[in-house]
Design a protein around this ligand. Structure first.
Ligand SMILES: NC(=O)c1ccc[n+]([C@@H]2O[C@H](COP(=O)([O-])OP(=O)(O)OC[C@H]3O[C@@H](n4cnc5c(N)ncnc54)[C@H](O)[C@@H]3O)[C@@H](O)[C@H]2O)c1
Ligand SMILES: N[C@H](CO)Cc1c[nH]c[nH+]1
Ligand SMILES: [Zn+2]
Length: 866
């Protein structure tokens, strides 16, 4: 695969991580407008570079000098990450023969004889020093050898303008240091404006020297033809907008009067340097007539995208597309239905018809998620550069459905991909085994460590500015984060107030029934937790009491990132209602179309919530902790969430200005299952997987008591088989990767490990499960016996599923009625009571030298004796 450079030169920058921080020269946006970057890699871990490539690979084409890397694998990793071309030492070239023209040699110095090292893949000459070399001879030699592409990179301090001339004479592509360039014409001395390099490179056949410029939208659809000058290109780069040269009116800032402005995405030049192309993001239309571009209106897929975007902004009443945007399940069903119809289509007409339908629904999904057609094309392009090929096997359940063999059972070679968490591989999904008769406690501890979380410092650095922003800018800040994280750009208010409109809680009868049944069970169990006021006469005439009062305003966080969890709304809302909390505020991230899941609205309605905050993450926590123009401030925030939510809760609870408390640290779900030989392998596997499917950061543990190899094998087979049939198989694969099976001999041994681990959920699938409960010291919630799957606790049994994770079950309880009340104590003494206890009080006050305390008793006793 050969690359065509978008411009007749390449910009070189520091290693990628430095790119974001370039202070001088071109910044990232400007570099990306030019389409190519040349990186010299210094040895060190590649992760940063790969992360950078992943983020920006679709913005520009990366070229790398990898001569300083020692590992062939690293070079392949870069190629797989999207490097268009890498330059290696000439003697290494044969090692990379399979990658064709994407690997070319480098020679150093300006000695023309080194041109002999050229290959058909091109050549890079570094440290090209025009003062030392015989430039004329070099030019002749280069021309005669017809090496293309020939890249030349100057030594430091070279006069760039002169260097560009030399490159042009020998048809070489100059690699120019970004620090020597500027897009801000006339503003930075000693730097060469990019517009000047371009103007030097283009060949205009017009008397006025202007260059024809084709303007295209992001999908490559031509919008019109205009002209550019060195000045207009300079302005375009400086302002990152569409600026051209009108033949009659001089500089033309597109949209300055009409409002139909353009964001500049990319500038490129055609193959013989006599036309420019501007790729822009067009607002409104390009043409002065009632059509999107000068060649007419959009057609086909770009037109469909335009229609979908406008429906997303405002749809006419009864619009089917609008219905799809607001009903995730309907859209999902339609995509599946159309995919099947396409598979079944036979004639070319039917295939075209069904493919069109599928594209319509697929693009609706994309637009609803804030993804553009250009994003999809970029993703396609990026994939085409990968060198590690996937097997292309169908996922487990699809393969099984169609009776397809995978690479493991067929003869296709094993996949090279390393993206295990994303791409389904046919590898067996299994938990590592630890046999306690062979491993020590330290090794087990290490294996049972919860999946590493980002350091609290990193998370704090992310959430602190969000919290500060919400405190300062209220609703505006909350909305801006919702637009950013949830892509709900159409949302204009962060709050939905009760009474909630009926149309926002339209649900199928069976869902209403399920919520109602669960609601009632949770209500019963939590209502039974109400405590009677307590009264004790500690001494004659000394009466101590304790009574509870509801916390007035509570904020309930219902997660919505990886899965929507209306059940969490029940688990928090019902006890809040039972406790009598006056103000119940529910917060949950909205869907991309700005709406909230109808199940959550229905629960909010049932528990009498005053409002729903349509936000997630730290912004939702901050809004409830401090209050905003429209979000009510609360006294306590409860509910599970990801690391950002948990850190934000911790932060606001430590801020005395907020005056807010929290429940506990409830993070990624986890389960520990203890099983003996009576346990059913299929039941066990289903319980393990039900928590593994929550997220890749979930962990599940099986402690197997005295099982033989066949019994263990049967459980492992079930785990793999059931996992492969799950829609969230790739999440499961991620969580199972850090999950383990521990082999022990006795129940006591198993319970010791479990109490040390302090799991959020503990499942006892044992013969005498009930008896073993006595041995449980640390756990969030216990599920007893083979007929009690953990999921009954997640939804409907009545117990609460908002539980401490990460080992915090050692010191915290899960959410319960007490989480929503304060306990207040009172003392009530008679005169005799004070006589009885007074002496002790006065003596202790004396020890503490707090005389006023002592006198408060003494004065009363004196009064009695008068
Ligand atoms: N322990 C329990 O009782 C319990 C119960 C239910 C769910 N859970 C757990 O709760 C968690 C829910 O997490 P989730 O992610 O699905 O939903 P979430 O609602 O907790 O988090 C989503 C929010 O995270 C924020 N966010 C995401 N990326 C960010 C970034 N890079 N910077 C700043 N903010 C960012 C966004 O604001 C987004 O709205 C899961 O781990 C699940 O297992 C635990
Ligand atoms: N198991 C999760 C944490 O305890 C709760 C949950 C919600 N929905 C399904 N499961
Ligand atoms: Zn669950």
């Amino acid at each position: 695969m050969e690359t065509t450079l978008p411009l007749p030169f390449l910009v070189s920058v520091a290693v990628p991580p430095g790119l974001n921080g370039i202070k001088e020269g071109l910044n990232r946006e400007e570099v990306s407008c030019l389409g190519c970057v040349f990186f010299e890699i210094t040895p060190g871990p590649l992760e940063k570079i790969l992360r950078f490539l992943k983020r920006h690979n679709t913005e520009f084409q990366p070229f790398f000098d990898v001569t300083r890397l020692d590992s062939k694998d690293d070079v392949i990793t870069l190629l797989d990450g999207g490097a268009r071309k890498v330059f290696v030492e000439p003697e290494q070239l044969s090692e990379f023969a399979e990658f064709g023209s994407r690997v070319a040699p480098v020679v150093s110095g300006s000695n023309a004889s080194q041109l002999a090292s050229a290959t058909e893949h091109g050549l890079l000459i570094t440290d090209f020093d025009q003062t030392k070399c015989e430039v004329a001879q070099f030019i002749e030699e280069a021309k005669s050898k017809k090496i293309t592409p020939l890249f030349i990179k100057p030594v430091a301090g070279t006069d760039l303008e002169h260097f560009i001339d030399i490159a042009a004479q020998c048809n070489a592509i100059p690699i120019l240091p970004s620090t020597g360039l500027t897009s801000k014409e006339g503003q930075q001395e000693g730097k060469l404006p990019v517009s000047k390099i371009l103007a030097k490179s283009w060949k205009s056949d017009r008397q006025d020297g202007l260059i024809p410029t084709v303007v295209c939208d992001e999908n490559g659809v031509a919008l019109g033809l205009v002209y550019s000058s060195e000045e207009s290109v300079g302005e375009a780069l400086k302002t990152q907008t569409g600026v051209y040269q009108s033949r009659k009116r001089g500089l033309w800032y597109k949209g300055a009067t009409s409002g139909d402005t353009q964001e500049l995405i990319r500038i490129s030049m055609d193959c013989d340097n006599d036309a420019l192309k501007f790729v822009v993001k067009q607002t409104g239309r390009f043409c002065h007539l009632e059509q999107s571009g000068c060649f007419g209106d959009l057609k086909g897929i770009p037109k469909l995208e335009q229609t979908l975007l406008s429906r997303k902004q405002s749809a006419p009443a009864g619009s089917y597309t609008a219905r799809l945007f607001s009903d995730e399940k309907l859209l999902r069903a339609k995509i599946m239905e159309e995919a099947e119809e396409l598979c079944d289509a036979k004639t070319p007409q039917d295939v075209a018809f069904e493919a069109a339908d599928l594209i319509y629904f697929a693009l609706t999904k994309a637009v609803s998620a804030g993804v553009t057609l250009a994003d999809i094309e970029k993703s396609l392009d990026a994939k085409s550069w990968k060198v590690k090929r996937r097997t292309g096997d169908a996922k487990g359940k699809w393969a099984e459905k169609e009776g397809i063999k995978t690479a493991t059972n067929g003869s296709t070679p094993a996949p090279l991909t390393t993206e295990a968490a994303k791409e389904p591989t046919p590898e067996r999904i299994t938990m590592r085994r630890y046999d306690m008769s062979q491993v020590g406690a330290a090794e087990l501890d290490a294996a049972l460590k919860r999946p590493s979380q980002k350091s609290s410092e990193t998370i704090m650095n992310i959430i602190k500015p969000i919290i500060d922003d919400v405190r300062k800018n209220g609703d505006k800040a909350v909305l801006s984060y919702t637009h950013k994280f949830e892509k709900a750009t159409s949302l204009t208010s962060p709050v939905l107030r009760a009474p909630f409109p009926q149309e926002l809680m339209q649900l199928p009868g069976e869902t209403i029934k399920a919520i109602d049944v669960s609601f009632e069970n949770i209500r019963k169990f939590h209502a039974a937790q109400k405590e009677k006021p307590l009264q004790v006469e500690t001494m004659p005439g000394v009466v101590c009491s304790r009574f509870s009062r509801p916390i007035e305003a509570v904020g309930l966080y219902v997660p919505g990132g990886t899965a929507v969890l209306p059940s969490t709304a029940l688990m928090l809302g019902v006890p809040a209602m039972v406790a009598g909390c006056h103000n119940i505020v529910i917060a949950s991230p909205p869907r991309a179309d700005g709406s909230i899941t109808p199940e959550i609205v229905y629960v909010a309605h049932k528990v009498g919530a005053e409002s729903i905050v349509l936000a997630g993450g730290a912004q939702a926590v901050a809004a409830m902790a401090y209050g905003t123009e429209s979000v009510s401030k609360v006294d306590k925030i409860l509910g599970p969430g990801n690391q950002f939510v948990t850190a934000a809760k911790m932060y606001v609870s430590n801020d005395t200005n907020a005056g807010v408390s929290i429940d506990m640290p409830a993070g990624p779900s986890e389960v520990l299952v203890i099983a003996d030989k009576d346990a059913n392998p299929a039941f066990l596997a289903s319980d393990l997987l039900s928590q593994a499917e929550h997220g890749v950061d979930s962990q599940v543990v099986l402690i197997a008591i005295d099982l033989n190899e066949d019994q263990l094998q049967a459980i492992e087979d079930e785990v793999h088989k059931q996992a492969m049939a799950l829609p969230r198989v790739e999440i499961v694969r991620g969580s199972i990767a850090h999950s383990i099976t521990v082999l022990v001999k006795t129940v006591e041994e198993a319970m010791k490990i479990s109490n040390q681990y302090a799991p959020e959920h503990l499942i006892l699938q044992l013969k005498d499960a009930e008896k073993v409960v006595d041995l449980v010291m640390n756990a969030g919630s216990v599920f007893i016996g083979g007929w009690t799957p953990e999921s009954v606790g997640d939804y409907s049994a009545g117990v609460n599923h908002s539980l401490p994770t990460y080992g915090y079950a050692k010191q915290y309880s899960g959410v319960n009625l007490a989480s929503f009340v304060k306990h207040i104590t009172s003392s009530n003494l008679t005169a005799q009571g004070l006589r009885n206890v007074g002496e002790a009080v006065m003596q202790l006050a004396k020890v503490e030298e707090l005389e006023a305390h002592r006198r408060a008793v003494e004065i009363r006793l004196e009064h009695m004796n008068r």
